[in-house]
Design a protein. Sequence first.
Length: 634
Amino acid sequence: MKLGKRISAFLAVLLLAACTDHSDGGGVAASFIPVDIELADYDLLDFGVVDVNNDLDLDVYTINHSAAQSLLIANGRGEYQDRLNAVGLAQTSHYPGVEDSADQPMMARPGWYIYRQNKLLHLVAHKSGPLGALSGTLQAPWPLEIVAGEARLSGSESTAGTAVGSRVEFSLRSGDHLTIAGKDSIVEVPHLFALAEQTPLSNVYLGRQRMNPQSAGFTLMWRDRHSMSWADLNSDGLIDVYIGRGGLKGKIKNIAQGINDEILVQGENGFEDQTLQYALQKGACPGRRSEWVDVDDDSDLDLYLSCGRGSINDFPDALFINQDNTLAIDTTRNIGYTAESVITWVDLDTDGDSDLLSVEGDELAVYYNKRGSFTRVVVASHLPPRFRKFSIADLDNDGDPDIYLAGRVEAWLLLAEEGALQAMPPAAFGLPANAETANWVDFNNDGLLDLHTIPGGLYQQQADGTFHDLGQIHEVLAQPRISAARCSWYDVDGNGTRDALCAVQRYAIAPLRWLYKLLAMEHKVYFWETLLLKNKAEGGNWLAVKLNGPVGNPQAIGAFVSLSSTSGAVQTQHIGQNEGAHFGQGHYRLYFGLGDIADIPELVVTWPGGERQTLENVAVNQLLQVDSPRAARH
């Protein structure tokens, strides 16, 4: 058996060498140098940046469904240390390392190993003869299936489709290997283990970190995390996080045991689960994008959750209104329910209230917000499918936020004039006609915003408002067979130029896809390639801005900043417009390229709700912090 597997693996390597595409993927637009970064990319869904520890250095997080994530804490020099487990953000916080993985743990000691690999749960008795048998039960509120090995399985499903759970009774002796799957590949439910009381727990190893259970009865949980949206919910100076999870492929309503999204509040010793304190009820929503937003202008952050599976009637989006630190779902406001996951909040008409942009079936709609009351306006109809992301910037420096709507089939350019959006073909401006992801970025700080897309490339804005195609910033991002892409642009090392953390998901060529499936190596059919690219382009002066918002909204979500130059030009940026994550939220910093401008005579902050604050004679080439008059003091 082992020989057969080795021969198959050897053939796979030969075939890979023969079939791999070696094209160079196009030219490099500017001087972008790849640097090392260790980022969890098995089953990657999304990533983004956020200042987790409030030290002004931007950190990196990943979302990986039920697989191991990253939380890379930056030291300001472009170096990172993974602190996900140390701060309590593992999916089973007291047993870090049990997350799904492409790898099995190292089995260096005799005993019993319990771990998940490629969505399958494994129980292995490794050289455990002198220890006797590992006996116990496993219960889950979902049908389980025995893939390999011997065990007694009981449990069923009612005629109405409601899962009543499964019970597995096992007894493993040395050399036994029990493999368990969840029906329909669903594993993201609590798994309750009860081992025999006499089991030597020091010989039971959980996950890749081989932790010993704390008692004979323990629970392992895989959560299918889809989004992380960061904000300081209690205004204590420490950022907290909402984590949205999937809905068991739309079947979460069949589970009798409640399964919630998470609200984790940061304290001195890491993150604490306060989901119940905030009274957050998930319902049936298969969560995709989530955003904190002050809908009703009461200085408390509300939560909008986009549900991205099925029809609008099956899984309507959810708006949770914050009332005295409880999040109650609101069904009274005239806000559309997208079931698409392509949404964003931005103050389109610059009146101090955040408005909702939403792809709804074949329509693009805007919900204009007036102190919590919404008016729906259809911007365009008969949209093609597969839009990916809104990328927002004041493209023409008229004070209104413009939008590039990235889509696999078709992309749109939406130009704003006094809050109204006009759809334009991107090609008319020299921009790509489609993209998997897109970010506005003034990569050389010349004062003109450029656009970076994958798989397209970097499009540099010219003085006349059109764009010139410079090519892709790295050949990996221009490779063929790209099925998904992510990119976040931020200043890694504090030198004023924005760097790029990018990833592409590619799929293997047809012969390899067939071979990997035959060898049960599905994780190699679609694979991610991740790059951190340092920007070495020579550019002009710059200003970065961090707003410290009012009590209840310390990230100043909904605010925008306008600065004037000595030439009379005015640039405007909105909090959150530099967000690279597709489904989460956390990048609140603003970046202004200034070219040869050496003095900023006036900078105006419009805080959430419309209050204005003016600063004069602002120095360039710095990270400027601006406190709201109502900001919390720590």
